[in-house]
Design a protein around this ligand. Structure first.
Ligand code: HEC
Length: 141
């Protein structure tokens, strides 16, 4: 497969407004600009992936990623997604993340990490189902 096809494939697999985007031509797909929120989500994904490896080694994640508070302000691909429920899910996610970083109980790290990931999934079920299988890989079984 050439690089162009791989890119189109990745955009279709990982983007949220799947049905809508599939109707557009592939040339348009390449032009789709990544929203601030999509970029923030990818960095949230990266940090949680790093946390998972740390926790599996029995270590506690250290510096709370304050930039994740931008979930309340980052521009969305679908601005109408930001309703009351979205704000509540954002707070729920940040609260679980703080509980993980603030804990002194090493034995609870796995549970607290999984609470964070489940709060990602809870919001995604209502706004953006595409990445859920990828997010589930962050859970510690
Ligand atoms: C409050 C709701 C909410 C929470 C909580 C949330 N997400 Fe998202 N996520 C979204 C929305 C909405 C989008 C689509 C963003 C856009 O396109 O503007 C998205 C997009 C994504 C994407 C796709 C980015 C791309 O390539 O376009 C990934 C991956 C992702 N989220 C992972 C996560 C992870 C991991 C967490 C938890 C650490 C998380 N999300 C928490 C709502 C949420």
């Amino acid at each position: 497969m050439n690089k162009f096809l791989v890119l189109v494939f990745l955009i279709i697999v990982f983007s949220c407004n799947k049905a809508q985007k599939e109707e557009t031509k592939s040339e348009d797909l390449i032009m789709v600009k990544q929203s601030e929120m999509a970029a923030l989500m990818l960095s949230m994904y990266g940090v949680n992936q790093a946390n998972k490896s740390l926790i599996l080694k029995g270590e506690k994640p250290k510096h709370f990623p304050n930039q994740f508070f931008n979930i309340h302000t980052a521009n969305l691909t679908e601005p109408s997604d930001r309703n009351e429920a979205f704000k509540a899910y954002s707070d729920f996610y940040l609260k679980n993340l703080q509980a993980l970083y603030n804990t002194t109980d090493i034995d609870s790290l796995i549970t607290k990490h999984n609470n964070v990931i489940n709060s990602c999934i809870t919001c995604h079920k209502t706004t953006c189902v595409g990445p859920i299988p990828k997010i589930k890989k962050l859970l510690i079984q």
